[in-house]
Design a protein around this ligand. Structure first.
Ligand code: SME
Length: 153
């Protein structure tokens, strides 16, 4: 039996609710969320967080997949753009974006979401990369906003 994407997200949230219950450490949340997202969706080829460490700099945080760049300046990459604009970016074709940083040459599309704490400060961006062109849709966008809510602590 195949299940649709929203059902897959619903399964994911059931597990995350149980795993993250009472957890307020952002790194523990990032590690658990990146692991669960990566393993839930076959077409997610890299899932990870870049943490805002100040000085307009993002540093690699917990992730799953091949190695990612260690440091991304706010002025570089889709992740940097997300950090600057503090808004979700759905990129259907990374090769059409001059500022894309290709950590893996196989990446074709990506979805990057700002992660804020309850004070509205940017603590990280969540980056999901896929080898499939134009993978992400409204369903992924909506569910990523739900993921971001785990950090409103
Ligand atoms: N997606 C990125 C770079 C990070 S890696 O792909 C893991 C970007 O252009 O911001």
């Amino acid at each position: 039996m195949t299940i649709d994407k929203q059902q897959q997200y619903d399964q994911l949230f059931q597990r995350l609710d149980a795993l993250c219950d009472g957890e307020s450490d952002p790194i523990a949340l990032m590690a658990t969320i990146s692991c669960e997202l990566y393993h839930q969706f076959e077409s997610f080829n890299w899932v990870g967080f870049y943490r805002n460490v100040g000085n307009r700099t993002l540093k690699i945080g917990p992730y799953q997949g091949g190695h990612g760049c260690l440091t991304i300046d706010f002025d570089r990459g889709i992740c940097g753009r997300c950090a600057r604009q503090m808004q979700l970016l759905n990129i259907p074709d990374v090769n059409a974006e001059a500022d894309h940083i290709a950590c893996a040459s196989s990446t074709r599309s990506e979805l990057v979401a700002p992660i804020l704490n309850r004070h509205g400060d940017l603590i990280a961006v969540l980056d999901i990369d896929s080898d499939t062109p134009a993978l992400f849709d409204r369903c992924d966008e909506t569910n990523l906003a739900r993921i971001a809510a785990y950090f409103l602590i």
